[in-house]
Design a protein around this ligand. Structure first.
Ligand SMILES: [Zn+2]
Ligand SMILES: [Zn+2]
Length: 590
């Protein structure tokens, strides 16, 4: 365990379980905290220092009592005495051991309040916390995921997917990550130091301003852009739409739940005005449908009821009732044997701190998913699964990913498509047999975002589907050159490429063969190059490695082992830590 990793662990150790008193520190108190910190770091017998010095994480005998002692000590000396502000200051000092001061300051101050609130409710004592991060033995009974997969796969039927019939084609449009910004302004500052720009009037020296259709930078979707898409896509005559989440803008520091509803209502109204209910639309929740983002708790009835009501006209009665309770649903695609299964990504969202000690929601969703797939199998149906976050993304918990792989393996011959977004990148990810990790069986399609944030071209996909087998034949990817559209004052959407051309296959159901071979750098550059979403280009060794690993890995933990085998300074280690803390599912959740 490196010093950096230990520091990250310690930040978590310290940020636990206390109701903070919210007040400003006096100058004297500030100095006192600095002194306490210095003495903790310099005294060789201090538990904090011993943990920092200990090289072997598996040395539990030594580390367990130290972990507990550290928490108690920090609770008594720092938090009780100095409150929330004191705790923040302490974490910042600790973080400064490993990272730049400004990064620590803004990261800990920015995410602090949500983070502390979530954690303070969850982890209430040192015994529980220290066993959760594997520094102390645990008395909790864990559910072994390999065993789950082994049992599940026992009943896997010996059936294969049919070949594409190549008769009629139906078209499915995927719209994802719109991030609609109600407050977007034309001729505003396109560059700013905040997380979202194109809102404030330009400074006198500002050279680059936001345009009529948006800006390919830290700016979200505006009304003109979305309307131009609706006009254009309507003429492509899609048979149905999957709308895979993230409707609210990236103004995370001043957003609200109300804001999320408003963005969703406006988008839905615009879609309905154009399509007039002529075709089915299947929406799902993204991690931005919750404010603060990702922090979906145990009781979210208000959010679920509100979102279910907004989407009501798209859902069957049964789907509406399920959505209202859990945020997921299933319904049949009218007059076909295609079943849509729409999942709630927030139950498996690594950044949802509520999941660190309680996976009840995820457990329920997977139980329901398994039952729904069994039902589909019994009824000879085909299935499309919609889930906002891709399986191998940093935001998707590895424990969930493993279960999903087990289910996709067991029901391989009926699952005809698996679609997501979230990364804002044009992508495909492999799904492999659970126990044969070289055997690709399906593809997790990851469409690029509609929003140009953080610097991509607005894009959407139109999948071409065999109407008998529901296998994906190909996809057409469309994009808008924003810079050109803003200059010409007209939005000329264009077909950017076919999926089959990028991957050099005659139809996409053959992709399973293609992704089995190791993909070389040149192929990745081609894939992420000019024919892609545009501005985001892969041009350094690290990006190429990460992209290669994304093709080779089925979950985030595998991806980290592949892309970052050493403990380099990389923000993805935070996700590794969250995965570790969340750990294996336990039999009884508190
Ligand atoms: Zn998004
Ligand atoms: Zn997202």
């Amino acid at each position: 365990m490196s010093l950096f990793q230990k520091i990250i662990y310690l930040i978590f150790l310290i940020t636990i379980s206390f109701e903070f008193e919210n007040r400003k520190l006096t100058e004297i108190e500030n100095l006192e905290i600095e002194n306490i910190f210095d003495s903790m770091i310099s005294s060789p017998s201090n538990p904090l220092n011993i943990i920092l010095q200990t090289s072997n994480i598996s040395d539990k005998e030594k580390l367990c009592p130290l972990c507990k002692k550290t928490i108690v000590e920090i609770r008594e000396t720092i938090i009780k005495k100095y409150g929330y502000e004191g705790a923040l200051k302490f974490f910042i000092s600790l973080c400064n051991l490993g990272l730049d001061a400004d990064v620590c300051e803004s990261a800990i101050r920015g995410y602090g309040p949500t983070f502390f609130n979530s954690l303070s409710k969850l982890i209430i004592n040192e015994n529980k916390f220290c066993s959760t991060i594997n520094l102390c033995p645990s008395s909790e009974k864990k559910i072994n995921v390999d065993e789950y997969a082994r049992n599940l796969l026992k009943s896997k039927p010996d059936k294969k997917k049919e070949k594409i019939q190549n008769k009629n084609t139906i078209k499915m449009l995927q719209l994802t990550d719109v991030h609609f910004d109600l407050y977007y302004k034309e001729n505003a500052s396109a560059y700013c130091t905040k997380l979202l720009c194109c809102r404030d009037p330009p400074t006198p020296h500002a050279k680059i301003l936001s345009g009529k259709y948006g800006f390919p930078g830290k700016c979200d979707t505006n009304k003109n852009l979305f309307e131009s898409f609706l006009d254009y896509s309507y003429n492509l005559k899609p048979d149905f739409i999957i709308w895979t989440g993230d409707n609210a803008p990236h103004d995370v520091w001043l957003g609200s739940q109300e804001h999320v509803y408003n963005s969703t209502i406006i988008l839905k109204d615009m879609i309905d005005m154009k399509y007039k209910g002529e075709i089915p639309v299947y929406p799902i929740l993204g991690n931005h449908e919750k404010y603060p983002n990702d922090e979906f708790g145990e009781n979210e009835s208000e959010l679920l009821e509100k979102m279910a009501d907004i989407y009501k006209s798209y859902l069957s009665d049964e789907a509406y009732e399920t959505f209202k309770k859990y945020g997921y649903y299933t319904m049949m695609h009218k007059n076909t044997n295609l079943r849509i299964i729409a999942l709630n990504c927030l139950y498996c969202d690594t950044f949802n701190f509520n999941l660190l000690v309680n996976q009840k929601g995820a457990k329920n969703q997977f139980k329901w998913l398994e039952e729904t797939l069994l039902l589909a199998e019994k009824n000879n149906e085909y299935v499309y699964i919609l889930d906002h976050i891709p399986l191998n993304a940093n935001f998707y918990l590895t424990e969930c990913a493993k279960r999903m792989i087990a289910l996709l393996d067991r029901f391989d011959y009926i699952v005809r498509g698996y679609f997501g977004g979230h990364t804002h990148i044009d992508d495909i990810n492999p799904v492999k047999n659970y126990f044969e990790p070289h055997n690709v069986i399906n593809i997790n399609y990851v469409a690029p975002s509609f929003t140009p944030y953080p610097r991509v071209l607005p894009s959407f996909r139109l999948y071409l589907i065999d109407d008998e087998t529901y296998l994906v034949k190909d996809y057409e990817q469309y994009r808008l050159n924003l810079t050109k559209a803003n200059i010409e004052k007209v939005a000329n959407w264009e077909l950017s490429h076919y999926g089959s051309k990028i991957f050099n296959v005659s139809n996409l159901s053959e992709m399973t063969k293609m992704t089995q071979r190791k993909v070389d750098g040149e192929f990745i550059i081609k894939r992420f190059g000019d024919s892609e979403v545009g501005y985001s280009k892969v041009n350094n060794k690290n990006d190429i490695k990460e992209a290669q690993c994304s093709i080779d890995s089925v979950n985030f933990s595998d991806w980290m082992k592949c892309a970052h085998p050493t403990l380099d300074i990389n923000y993805n280690h935070i996700f590794t830590l969250l995965n570790t803390m969340s750990g294996e599912w336990k039999e009884d959740d508190s």
